[in-house]
Design a protein around this ligand. Structure first.
Ligand code: GLU
Length: 293
């Protein structure tokens, strides 16, 4: 299938600030408590949800301090929650780094996860997925003046950063590990800090994540996304295996697409990064892919 390429040389956020949030403990942070001090639920519907997101991925899941979180994942989550009768004020946002997602769902720390969370058979052994609500591809981020690294086959002798518990790190271990020195971090923003300082030569994860990190104001002009995706990452809504909400979530995602809200959310959250989603994979050509099974 033809994948649209993108080049992201422009940028928009502070890797230093980002790496701070990436270091913070998972699943503990929230400024929007779902219950008041006496334990009663807020809001009209009486329903609440605890949703796992990333805090350090600009344009996808991003949060500084107790500010409202922003990003495409967050907007999809808000839409789905609304369809389930849960107002925004009744969502508790929890940080779920890549390595913590299955645990957070299994132990009930979160009700659902919207965190660039690829649907995989291995993960399905522990958790369930609704979706996919987006399809991305694994790519490489390099310094703007990099000329040698043009794809995963040109990484020999290079230091490559990715995140523990991600499909991105796993793919490198499985398929490209010979000659590559894989450095694992807790979040991608930390990897970008390493890339800037020269401790690593490239960062690998999904193209949309890399575009968001390279597109921040602070990173403007420093990095480029190679633009040759080498995997298909279907972003699912992570759920506990005992859920009874999977179909309801899929219906909500469909509604978000039908109403044009999905496209608008994607556009506004990737604007200025140079990112172009793969239209073919995202327009339903991938519709044979089943979830809620
Ligand atoms: N989508 C990939 C994954 O689920 C990489 C991004 C991430 O670590 O969240 O592992």
């Amino acid at each position: 299938m033809a994948r649209k390429k993108f080049l992201s040389l422009t940028a928009v956020a502070a890797a230093a600030a980002l790496s701070l949030s990436a270091c913070s403990p998972s699943a503990t942070e929230s400024s929007e408590e779902s219950s008041s001090a006496d334990g009663s639920k807020k809001g009209g519907s009486g329903e609440s949800l605890t949703i796992g997101i990333k805090f350090d991925q600009p344009g996808l899941g991003f949060r500084e301090g107790s500010n409202d979180p922003t990003g495409f994942d967050v907007e999809v989550a808000r839409f789905v929650a609304k369809e389930m009768g849960v107002d925004e004020a009744d969502i508790t946002w929890v940080q779920t780094p890549s390595a913590n997602r299955e645990n957070a769902l299994e132990n009930g720390e979160v009700d659902m996860i919207f965190a660039t969370y690829s649907i995989t058979d291995e993960r399905k052994e522990r958790v369930a997925f609704a979706g996919p609500y987006f399809v991305a591809g694994q790519d490489l981020l390099v310094r703007a003046d990099e000329e040698e690294i043009t794809g995963p086959d040109s990484l020999d002798g290079k230091n490559l950063c990715s995140v523990t518990g991600s499909t991105s790190a796993q793919k490198i271990k499985d398929e490209y590990s010979q000659g590559v020195n894989l450095v694992e971090q807790g979040g991608y923003a930390e990897c970008v800090t390493y890339l800037e300082s020269g401790q690593v030569d490239a960062v690998t994860t999904d193209d949309i994540i890399l575009a968001g990190l390279a597109g921040t104001e602070a990173n403007k002009g420093k990095f480029k996304v190679v633009g040759d995706p080498f995997s298909v990452e279907r972003y699912g809504v992570g759920l506990n295996k005992d859920n009874d909400t999977c179909q309801q979530i899929n219906d909500a995602i469909q509604k978000m697409k039908d109403e044009g809200v999905w496209e608008e959310a994607l556009k506004s959250n990737t604007e200025g990064t140079g990112y172009e989603a793969d239209d073919e994979l995202n327009s339903g050509a991938d519709a044979e892919f089943e979830s809620c099974d």
